[in-house]
Design a protein. Sequence first.
Length: 131
Amino acid sequence: ESAALLKAIIDNAIDGIITINGRGIVESINPASCKLFLYTPEEVIGNNISMLMPPPYKEQHDEYIARYQRTREPHIIGIGREVTGLRKDGTTFPFRLAVSEVPYAERKIFAGFIHDLSREKEAEEQLKEYA
Ligand code: HEM
């Protein structure tokens, strides 16, 4: 059945996948995201996605979403961005964020795809030392 197949794919994805509603509240989070951010699903679902980012984004993220809904002008949707994530233990890490708007059951949700860049960034730093 296709819902079960989709769940199996999301549960086993290498990249993090998180969905939020139009107010930025987390509705789902897959195991890869939990591993990256060091949270359990229960600790994140129902809370604002801003809990997973450092300042100044944390304070501004609701407005980013509101502005998009007002203007329909995308800054990340369909474009992507390298951003910084905040783990439960207070450490941060770089990742490539892709966001898509998903029409779902008469409303619009947003799906975020999280590709960890920690290793690439570390390698880049190491190369710089030799340059
Ligand atoms: C917009 C940062 C995670 C959904 C933005 C913008 C920033 C940002 C800076 C505005 C860009 C601009 O105006 O130039 C972050 C950071 C994240 C994060 C640091 C780290 C956790 C997410 C996730 C989702 C998401 C996981 C979806 C599940 C959105 C949406 C917008 C937005 C819907 C507005 C649409 C747009 O600008 O295209 N975010 N974000 N964000 N973000 Fe995030």
